[in-house]
Design a protein around this ligand. Structure first.
Ligand code: DX5
Ligand code: ZN
Length: 224
């Protein structure tokens, strides 16, 4: 399977958002990763619907929307209408996760579940077949530019085993602190999608940086 690269718009220059969106369009990136924070589930507020609407106007690639908000069920329809292709909710924010996943799919989107660094992946074993994407947080959600948490590798391996054992087609996404130093090891452990914010947008040449991540992670096949 091809490894997908999803630059996180959180690290873009919001005063030059069209320019940055067009830069990602031109690059080898596969998805736009969109971080929505409510200041309650996470101690930060990012941006909301009007900004996403304007990103979608210019973007030519799928929207991978990561909701770091409490009670995400309230906004499923809204994000579908805005053009989200993958909608990811946090495991820790959902009391009725199975119901939430069905509601996301009923709106025609792929259903994602994000897990905080402290949340064990085995908690997904009874719902994994209903999940299109698991986003393993490799930093504590809320901010870009944080240091990658090394324990993530063992979580990726455990999750990959679970997906294979259950015969599921779930993708594994890694979010936080991804660089050219850990990208290949993450793919070898079983990751399918790498989110990268600061590493792409703070680079001298973001387009070349995406190309490099793409080349690094697709050079040799992973374990799956
Ligand atoms: C963190 C967000 C991430 C963030 C990643 O809460 O979910 O998507 O933008 O940023 P970097 O790649 O800078 O760690
Ligand atoms: Zn994210």
């Amino acid at each position: 399977m091809q490894t997908l690269i999803a630059p996180s718009v959180l690290a873009a220059d919001f005063a030059n958002l069209q320019r940055d969106v067009e830069m990602i369009n031109r690059s080898e990136a596969d998805w736009f990763h969109i971080d929505i924070m409510d200041g309650v589930f996470v101690p930060n507020i990012s941006f909301g619907m009007p900004v996403l609407r304007d990103i979608v106007k210019h973007a030519t690639k799928p929207m991978d929307v990561h909701l770091m908000i409490v009670d995400p069920d309230r906004y499923i329809e809204t994000f579908a209408k805005l053009g989200a292709n993958v909608l990811t909710v946090h495991y820790e924010a959902c009391t009725h996760l199975h119901r939430t996943l069905q509601a996301i799919k009923a709106e025609g989107m792929q259903a994602g579940v994000a897990m905080n660094p402290h949340t064990p992946v085995h908690l997904l074993q009874d719902v994994i077949q209903d999940i299109d994407l698991v986003c393993l947080m490799s930093v504590n959600p809320g901010f870009g530019g944080q240091k990658f948490i090394e324990n993530t590798y063992s979580k990726v391996r455990e999750l990959r085993q679970m997906i294979e054992a259950k015969g599921a087609s779930t993708r594994i996404e890694i979010d936080g602190g991804v660089t050219d130093q850990n990208a290949k090891a993450l793919v070898d452990a079983g990751a399918d999608v790498l989110v990268a914010g600061s590493f792409v947008f703070r680079a001298q040449d973001p387009v070349a940086t995406v190309a490099n991540l793409k080349a690094l992670t697709n050079a040799t096949s992973g374990t799956h």
